[in-house]
Write a protein that binds this ligand. Structure first.
Ligand code: COA
Ligand code: NAP
Length: 295
């Protein structure tokens, strides 16, 4: 037992946990239905698994049908619950409409939305093409708005529900090589507060969850997670380590559960204190950029 409690083991690949010890009541989400964008991989996959382990049926959505189909199989086998894989591009509203209509037809409702779909890479602002900046904003920020608005219109407005937007801490202090993703996530944090205010009277709670560096993910790999610079960086993190996908999934579980019934319009930071002490290590990041211009 460390000062932070037991650290439950995670699996680095997009596979279900080998062992799981319940912290929350195991039926805390019994009969709920969650729509998770980016649910076929990384953090989104683990979020789907943990919600399912607590009684929730899920819809996992991303561009690659093959990927979400393979993930849904694993999730259903591990939890015995239903998981519908759907293909959509959060930049294209009509693909979301089709996926949401299929979901409502098959599940009859949607209680929870997790906006996890995102795109990122390291790039100096000066080298970012106009289209590169726009693409990240379109996936992260506009994609989050598109999905939230469509779900609101098709279900949440009349029935209430919970939304969790997966953001980041990049913009809190201004991370180098991340103007595109930091700007996109900052706008999502603003959106969280605007929609919490506007949709609160419809019994909808909306919060952001900001992960720090999380092992076993594409984001971690793309942002230099497997380099010596990150090993050195870990010593600067107050809790002395990077986080796990499971720790993020437990944060989402809390936010969507009745334990957070009076929580809306806020950000839950799960980063071991990283953003308070993390430095902009310019030489290390530049070396990484030179080594792999396109990760
Ligand atoms: N560095 C700089 N620019 C890059 C880049 C990189 N590593 N990767 C892509 N771009 C640029 C492209 O050159 C293009 O700009 P251009 O038309 O001016 O040349 C623009 O970004 C869009 O790239 P494209 O590959 O057409 O976009 P896409 O929609 O197919 O892919 C990405 C979106 C680029 C974000 C892609 O990395 C992706 O699909 N990511 C999802 C997974 C991920 O990033 N996970 C981590 C989440 S934190
Ligand atoms: P990931 O596995 O690459 O997750 C991103 C997901 O988004 C993928 O499943 C991808 O699937 C989907 N996606 C991308 N573009 C899409 C689009 N246009 N439409 C629909 N789906 C799309 O990476 P991750 O690292 O686990 O990241 C998950 C979330 O955590 C992201 O919001 C990320 O910003 C956030 N985050 C991660 C870290 C970290 O350390 N990993 C830190 C802070 C924040 P397809 O390719 O099939 O579309």
């Amino acid at each position: 037992m460390s000062g932070t409690g037991n650290i439950l083991e995670d699996v680095d690949t997009d596979d279900c946990l080998l062992n799981y010890s319940y912290i929350f009541s195991l039926d805390i989400l019994k009969d709920k239905v969650a729509f998770i964008t980016g649910g076929g991989s990384g953090i989104g996959f683990r979020i789907a698994e943990i919600l399912m382990r607590h009684g929730c049926q899920t819809i996992i959505a991303s561009r690659s049908l093959e990927r979400v189909q393979a993930s849904a199989k694993k999730l259903m086998a591990a939890t015995g619950l239903r998981c519908l894989p759907v293909s959509l591009d959060v930049r294209q509203p009509m693909t979301i409409v089709t996926a949401v209509e299929e979901t409502l037809q098959k599940f009859g409702k949607i209680d929870i939305l997790v906006n996890g779909a995102a795109g990122n890479f390291l790039c100096p602002a000066n080298d970012l093409s106009f289209n590169a900046f726009k693409t990240v904003l379109e996936i992260d920020t506009i994609g989050t708005f598109n999905t939230s608005k469509i779900l609101y219109q098709k279900w949440l407005k009349e029935h209430g529900g919970v939304i969790v937007n997966i953001t980041a801490t990049l913009h809190y202090r201004g991370q180098i090589l991340q103007v595109h993703a930091g700007s996109a996530k900052a706008a999502i944090d603003a959106m969280t507060r605007h929609l919490a205010v506007e949709w609160g009277p419809d019994n909808i709670r909306i919060n952001s969850l900001a992960p720090g560096p999380i092992s076993g993910t594409e984001g971690f790999r793309k942002l230099g997670g497997l380099t010596k610079a990150m090993v050195d960086h870990e010593k600067l993190i107050p809790l002395q380590r990077v986080g796990t996908k499971l720790e993020i999934a437990h944060g989402v579980l809390y936010l969507v559960s009745p334990a957070a019934s009076y929580v809306t319009g806020t950000s839950l930071i799960i980063d071991g204190g990283n953003w308070l002490t993390g430095v902009n290590n310019m030489p290390a990041m530049q070396a990484l950029m030179q080594k792999s211009a396109r990760l």
